[in-house]
Design a protein around this ligand. Structure first.
Ligand code: ATP
Length: 389
């Protein structure tokens, strides 16, 4: 259903049941990519995100033609590319280590993909010039990579990818070698570049902020499998399962094992240190769930908590609960708190995170009254991890 608005659009990439297995020296099999199916539409910016080893780089390398899938089919612009060499595919790849030619100038590096394809000199000259202007490196054309900053080198690597105007760009963690400030700057530039050039892009990162800020749709992977494919706000607000919920969002979502108890038309979830009363429509949704609904995992994002003293509306009885304040971290616009249930104030393993307004008077070692925005909570099946709400 989430793809319904794409139906009329051309598919640039179609991955259908792509699986990649490696055989280890001891004969055992590693499934790096497990039955991945994904359509990427013309002009779309897709980000593959997930923890180390989840299979995102292998997926990208299969699209590039650098690896052959064990099973499954891959189409680029509608054509099955099985057996096609990387250079036969109309794609360009930007790597984490820029892989520039050290002895060539910036001009020579950007021109290279055109020269090996025997573009005429005047065409090379014009394209290199236009590309360098687009990336703001027009005055660096005669320098060598060693005389450039990391950010400038990364721009040259981008230039080399876009100069040929391929139909698909592949990016493998292209910003991970840059310092934090430059990374944010280049992220913004990549966004602008995509707005201007508008080519289909597949971008691999383990950085969820990059995933959220760059993508039209995020593909969250774990253990070689696709966990969810959706626009960034949907992945954040409606994570399909506990893995996605815990991976997307910083600081991460808090999880509490709860028991549920009917409370009139409502549903009370009891987390031990506190309990919440949830609306009748939530009670209905939970009642309709096929599985053990007496024991669930409650998910609360840090920002769904608030310091009760800073809430302006009248709070009813039972809406607030006390917690032990372990750590207070003022972050500027808000303050992050490490908290513990009041009856487990010595237990570091019971800690959870709240992000509250910066006017809070929370003090380490003291007690703070909290409220939870019950519209923003999630409930997960403990056995399957599926999101019930
Ligand atoms: P990272 O962010 O660390 O690069 P990733 O999500 O990109 O991780 P992959 O590099 O795709 O993950 O690796 C997926 C799995 O496949 C890992 O368990 C990895 O060890 C394994 N793998 C990758 N390449 C090979 C190989 N050539 N031989 C054996 N196993 C491999």
């Amino acid at each position: 259903a989430q793809n319904s608005d794409h139906e009329d659009r051309t598919r640039s990439l179609e991955l259908d049941g792509i699986t990649k297995e490696y055989t280890e020296d001891d004969g055992s099999t590693v499934v790096a990519v497990d039955d991945v199916s994904l359509d990427v539409y013309d002009g779309e910016f897709i980000v593959l995100v997930g923890p180390s080893g989840c299979g995102k780089t292998t997926t990208l390398r299969i699209v590039a033609g650098l690896e052959q899938p064990t099973r499954g089919t891959l189409r680029i612009d509608g054509e099955d590319v099985a057996g096609q060499e990387p250079r036969e595919r109309d794609i360009a790849m930007v790597f984490q280590n820029y892989a520039l030619y050290p002895h060539k100038t910036v001009r020579g590096n950007i021109a290279f993909p055109l020269e090996i394809r025997k573009y005429p000199d005047d065409e090379v000259e014009k394209r290199v010039h236009d590309t360098a202007e687009l990336l703001g490196i027009g005055d660096l054309l005669d320098r060598r990579p060693s005389d450039l900053s990391g950010g400038q080198q990364q721009r040259v690597a981008l230039g080399r990818a876009i100069v040929r105007d391929p139909s698909v760009f592949l990016f493998d963690e292209p910003l991970s070698n840059l310092d934090a400030k430059l990374r944010i700057q280049m992220r913004t530039e990549l966004n602008k570049l995509h707005d201007r050039v508008g080519r289909t892009s597949v971008y691999v990162t383990h950085d969820q902020v990059e995933a959220m800020t760059l993508s039209d749709r995020v593909v969250v992977m774990n253990d070689g499998r696709v966990q969810q494919v959706a626009p960034p706000d949907e992945v954040y607000e409606h994570p399909e399962n506990r893995f996605v919920a815990g991976f997307i969002g910083e600081p991460p979502m808090n999880f509490f094992p709860v028991t549920t108890v009917p409370d009139g038309d409502s549903l009370r979830v009891d987390a031990g240190g506190f309990s919440l009363v949830l609306d009748p429509d939530v009670a209905d949704t939970v009642a309709a769930w096929d599985g053990d609904t007496e024991h669930l995992d409650l998910g609360i994002r840090p920002e769904a908590f608030e310091d009760a003293a800073l809430v302006e509306r009248e709070l009813g009885e039972g809406e607030t609960f006390p917690a032990h304040v372990a750590v207070v971290e003022p972050m500027g616009p808000h303050t992050d708190l490490a908290l513990r249930p009041i009856d487990r104030s010595e237990d570091e393993t019971a800690e959870f995170t709240a992000r509250v307004a910066n006017e809070t008077d929370a003090t380490p070692g003291e007690t703070l009254d909290l409220v939870v925005d019950t519209d923003a909570i999630h409930l997960f099946d403990q056995e399957t991890g599926a999101n019930i709400l």
